[in-house]
Write a protein that binds this ligand. Structure first.
Ligand code: UD1
Length: 419
């Protein structure tokens, strides 16, 4: 039985919403637990499907994993297994982040390739070339990425693009390599800083987190730690954009507003009053939002994960917006679904031009990934009538208590099953 959402538009979102730990951080922190024998505890874990899926990947590698409330306890054996098979990894791409820790710990890793993705091709060439520079051999064999190293040593690595996943895998391999590694053009996302902090708590010697140059002095051994995941800036911003689109008044808590500097500036350009707060921010939008141009870029640029929400905002804004996608080639595929909802949108390559309409028109639509799904729900909130959003398992992978949170803000949404 699959489920879908029924979203009825017209309500202004008002109230307060608490955001949990970041999906794009917690999965990597769980993988980092492989680096130390013993029990690592990760707190402030979000209640999303990817967390138990990652727990299964780690169990397949010989770890014991207990999930309770917002805490995950991972007990890593002295000798973890090094083979993450297809059944374990097929359901989500982030599982590839066990590659670096396994090479570091076992000197060997075989990780099945998770396959295609709706947002565009996601090669691992930078992950592999970084590991090769650290002294590993790495090939794609029989549907798996294989990496082996007799001796893992420090190296100077310059990434051709600041890939989040490649930075993380290379970093997690380098912490247990002999000597110094420098990663240039490293990703600067707050989730990378979170990972650097946790690794340092485990005894690693990583400096430069949050800058383009990471320097890692390899150590022989790491110890388990207890670490709290940072708040999810993408979920937080989703609620912020929803407030702006519905001309609402929403206070978002549980996130560092500094992680959303550019995003909050864009909401201001759209006419919202945005107030940073100690534990989050507040967005009040009184008039119809104004058109805003967006170009997605690696952090601190505008996040590609918020591009569908930006399109939703542009779809009902006054004026014409230009949106440029610079990170994932196929991320505009979902614009077809927005057009089904009455958006006046055209795409050409990695540009989209959107002329705002006062109100969208409800229709059945299909989510193709986590963020596209959330963007479609937001569009449903400003459409007349009731929009059916299908394939919502995507949304459940990234948004904890999505229906409860949206209802708490006055949104009209129902989860229903379909045979
Ligand atoms: C992570 C996030 C994802 C976010 C993305 C960009 C997780 C679980 N996912 O994905 O939500 O949208 O960062 O902020 O954290 N690339 C290559 N070769 C490589 C690696 C990447 O060509 O070896 C390309 C990709 O195809 C893509 C671009 O680099 O076009 C960015 O990818 P990357 O930053 O690696 O994203 P992910 O880590 O997969």
């Amino acid at each position: 039985m699959s489920e879908h959402f029924l979203v009825t538009g017209g309500n202004r979102l008002e109230g307060e919403v608490l955001v949990g730990g970041a999906k794009n951080s917690v999965l990597k922190l769980m993988a980092a637990a492989l680096l130390a024998e013993g029990t690592t505890v990760v707190t402030n874990c979000p209640d999303i499907l990817d967390v138990p899926l990652m727990a299964d990947v780690l169990r397949g590698l010989g770890c014991e994993v207990e999930l309770e409330d917002s805490e995950v306890r991972i007990t890593t054996p002295a000798e973890p297994k090094y083979h993450a098979d297809f059944d374990a990894v097929k359901q989500f791409r982030a599982s590839v982040c066990v590659l670096g820790p396994l090479v570091a710990r076992c000197r060997r890793a075989v990780v099945a390739l998770p396959g295609g993705d709706a947002i565009g091709s996601r090669p691992l060439d930078m992950h592999q070339s970084g590991l090769r520079l650290l002294g590993a051999r790495s090939e794609i064999e029989h549907g798996c990425v294989v990496a082996e190293a007799d001796d893992l040593h420090g190296a100077n690595i310059r990434l051709v693009f600041p890939s989040v996943g490649a930075t993380e895998n290379i970093l997690m391999a380098a912490v247990l390599a002999r000597g110094e590694t420098v990663i240039d053009n490293a990703a600067r996302e707050p989730e990378i800083v979170d990972l650097c902090n946790m690794l340092n708590e485990m005894g690693a010697k990583v400096s430069g987190g949050g800058s383009s140059t990471l320097t890692i002095q390899g150590v022989r051994k790491l110890e388990p730690t207890t670490h709290r995941v940072i708040g999810d800036r993408i979920v937080a911003a989703t609620w912020g954009v929803a407030a702006s689109m519905t001309r609402g008044d929403v206070r978002v808590r549980g996130v560092n507003h500094k992680h959303l500097g550019l995003v909050l500036d864009k909401l201001r350009t759209a006419g919202a009053e945005v107030t940073p707060e100690v534990d989050g921010f507040r967005v009040i939008q009184r008039e119809r939002p104004k058109a805003v141009n967006f170009a997605t870029l690696p952090y601190p640029g505008f996040p590609t994960d918020l591009q569908p929400m930006a399109i939703g905002l542009a779809a009902v804004a006054e004026g014409t917006s230009m949106i440029t996608e610079n990170v994932f080639e196929s991320r505009f595929r979902f614009v077809e679904e927005m057009i089904r909802l009455g958006a006046d949108a055209r795409t050409d390559g990695h540009h989209a031009v959107i002329r705002g309409v006062p109100v969208l028109s409800s229709a059945p639509v299909w989510s193709s990934d986590i963020r596209a799904g959330a963007g479609l729900v937001l569009a449903g909130l400003v459409a007349d009538g009731t929009t059916e959003v299908h394939d919502i398992f995507h949304i459940d992978r990234g948004y904890p208590r999505f229906v409860e949170n949206l209802r708490g803000l006055g949104g009209v949404i129902e989860r229903v099953g379909t045979e």
